[in-house]
Design a protein. Structure first.
Length: 571
């Protein structure tokens, strides 16, 4: 027999506001801004003007109720205190409660109007020590969170709904087969009827649900003069009594990929939990592989013998269905589990999945390429998502703008294949090009000698140039902005032994080598170059290889003399 819990939160909007103010550091309503003995209401806007959407207990005693116009309410209660209603925040609070309840009591639940939830707890109460203990635990935790709740547990969803809202006792448990007797004294409004239909029933003298039990159905249709209205009453009555099934769609559907492992005797050691986790990871990954899916987030539920539970979650930077990977992520957190009186049930679920893209394998045992995802996942789950970042490609020809740092969980970092004709790039790229003092044999040629970080080096080999033109569309977009731009200039001076090009620290009025406009990344600010660059791969007399570039052209002297920079180092 099915068992349902109905949670009715009669003061959800006001209690949500109290909790919000308390958490944010503002004084709770009940303490300062709205004393408990003062009438208070939330006000919303409707077609007919401002109306009360929620009232506290003192307002009810003053004769106020939701739906009453604000002007009428102030006429009845001149000292009424009000605040604007926030339906979206109320809805979010209800969803938060639903998410919490799904993890602790039942994954099959949904909202019941805008002021309640229902839970399908069939087969669950014994984990808490019985139905009474389950409702006591639920009510105690809701009260601790600051919410007033009326609870009812019955064999039908409609019956539990009616009892939680209209019964005199809360919490209330109705044994199997007794739902008709429990609903007998309740008003017909408890059947979730439209207000017009409930009013018509009262005019016909049918005020209690029990009066409908023995009423001939054909007689009810004749009295209503409407087959649809009579059918609506009979449908709700049959659903409440369990004569007809009621469609119910869970708000948070149960995960499709779950593996469960019950134990005849409770486990008392962490090693036993790890062994069970190994079994669950293999079972879950087989289900994922058959469906062509990979887990992006997994959760391990450890249920103790005393009815309490413990949840461990782990995220993955890329979809995976490898048991060893999942085991490695979760077993590090097993030591944090309090074993209590032992563990009698474990469940591993893929909370978030994505399509697993197959990859071409080779005949060799390994292609020699280490995948970074396992390392990233272990670092993130140990240090936190904010502490781990990785480089992602970005559409730009400028080397320092061709990648950016993002969260390691932002998705797979898919780098395009390097074209075979493209000159090699250094494995170490400086985050910001560093200026050089360069001596060249000819102005447009490679360096013959350069000074970097106060050390002069002689060049024995040079390859290049590789020209990278400026991304004029970016510079044009930034120039069109109203923000004034300014740029430090770089200039050069001549030498008897050859042109000395690009000595930093001097100003040139016409230099526009770097726009003082920035492209913000996650970690730093990148300048957009406005002049072409000629890159060279050079080697000094000690065998060290560098990637340097000359920014600017001599024929563009109106923009100032070219400048030299070191951008990377080869291994």
């Amino acid at each position: 027999m099915s068992r349902f819990v109905s949670i009715f939160l009669p003061h959800l909007p006001i209690e949500r506001l109290k909790r919000e103010r308390a958490v944010s550091g503002a004084a709770p309503i009940s303490d300062t801004s709205v004393p408990a003995d003062r009438p208070f209401a939330l006000v919303g806007s409707e077609e007919r003007g401002l109306v009360l959407t929620a009232v506290n207990a003192e307002s009810v005693r003053q004769g106020l109720a939701p739906g009453l116009g604000l002007a009428d309410a102030r006429a009845i209660c001149p000292h009424l205190l009000t605040a604007p209603a926030a339906p979206k925040k109320d809805e979010d609070a209800l969803l938060t409660l639903a998410s919490w309840a799904s993890a602790r009591y039942s994954p099959t639940l949904n909202s019941d109007g805008d002021d309640g939830l229902w839970l399908d707890v069939t087969g669950v109460p014994h984990l808490f020590g019985g139905e009474g203990a389950l409702l006591a635990d639920l009510g105690r935790r809701l009260a601790r969170a600051g919410f007033t709740a009326r609870l009812a547990l019955a064999e039908t969803l409609g019956g539990a709904h009616a009892l939680s809202r209209f019964a005199r006792v809360s919490p209330l448990i109705v044994p199997d087969g007794k739902i008709g007797e429990a609903l007998l004294p309740l008003p017909v409004e408890a059947l979730r009827l439209e207000p017009e239909i409930a009013l018509l029933l009262k005019r016909l003298g049918l005020k209690r649900i029990g009066q409908l039990y023995d009423l001939p159905r054909a007689s009810l249709e004749r009295r209503f003069h409407s087959k649809d209205a009579a059918e609506a009453v009979l449908l709700r009555l049959d659903q409440a009594l369990g004569r007809r099934e009621e469609p119910r769609a869970p708000l948070l559907p149960a995960p499709d990929f779950v593996a469960r492992l019950p134990f005849p005797d409770p486990l008392i050691t962490h090693d036993g939990v790890i062994a069970g986790l190994d079994h669950l990871a293999s079972a879950l990954c087989r289900k994922l592989a058959r469906a062509g899916r990979g887990a992006r987030r997994v959760g391990l539920w450890v249920c103790r013998a005393d009815g309490s539970s413990f949840l461990i979650e782990a995220g993955l930077s890329a979809p995976s269905c490898e048991p060893k990977h999942l085991l490695g992520l979760l077993q590090d957190k097993v030591e944090a589990i309090d074993m209590g009186f032992g563990v009698d049930l474990m469940a591993l679920a893929a909370l978030l999945t994505e399509t697993l893209t197959p990859s071409q394998t080779t005949l060799a045992k390994s292609d020699g390429k280490a995948r970074p995802e396992p390392l990233i996942d272990r670092l993130v789950n140990r240090l936190g998502a904010r502490a781990v970042r990785r480089l992602y490609p970005q559409a730009s020809h400028i080397p320092e703008l061709a990648q950016r740092l993002r969260s390691a969980f932002a998705g797979p970092s898919l780098w395009p294949e390097q074209p075979p004709h493209k000159p090699p790039r250094p494995p170490l790229l400086l985050s910001k090009p560093e200026p050089l003092e360069v001596l060249a044999e000819i102005p447009e040629g490679p360096p013959a000698r350069f000074t970097w970080r106060r050390v002069t080096r002689r060049v024995i080999k040079a390859e290049g140039p590789e020209r990278i033109a400026p991304e004029w569309w970016r510079a044009l977009a930034l120039r069109s902005k109203p923000t004034p731009l300014s740029s430090p200039g770089l200039t050069g001076r001549s030498s008897n032994s050859g042109p000395l090009i690009g000595k930093p620290g001097q100003q040139a009025n016409k230099d526009q080598g770097v726009l003082d406009a920035r492209l913000r990344g996650h970690d730093t600010e990148k300048a957009i170059p406005a002049r072409p660059r000629d890159y060279y791969r050079i080697e000094d007399e000690d065998g060290r290889r560098y990637w340097v570039f000359r920014e600017g052209l001599y024929q563009e002297s109106e923009h100032g003399l070219p400048s030299w920079f070191l951008h990377g180092v080869f291994g």
